[in-house]
Design a protein. Structure first.
Length: 94
């Protein structure tokens, strides 16, 4: 897990705030939604057209903002988006 995400989770736990989110949801809400809202996932001309292209987009954007997420982090956020917004099924290596 990314150090920044772990630090955020530990900080929230230390304040007594209940953390009901998954690490993938926390990463998404912390790093993705700060630049755009969820409407980007439902727009007509969205870039991701299947699971593989969605994962490529997650990887591209985490690289663009220098997050240095692990493959597991990228996979987790991709699964979150695929299941929650895009309706894509993973066909391999999920």
């Amino acid at each position: 897990m990314n150090k920044a995400v772990l630090t955020l989770i530990l900080a929230l736990l230390g304040t007594g705030v209940a953390v009901a989110q998954t690490p993938a949801r926390t990463m998404h809400d912390t790093y993705c939604i700060v630049c755009h809202d969820i409407k980007i996932y439902t727009r007509e001309n969205r870039t991701a057209t299947d699971y593989a292209s969605l994962r490529a987009e997650v990887n591209r954007w985490q690289n663009n903002i220098s997050l240095r997420w692990s493959d597991e982090d990228i996979d987790a956020v991709t699964r979150l988006l695929a299941e929650g917004y895009y309706g894509f099924n993973c066909t391999a290596n999920c």
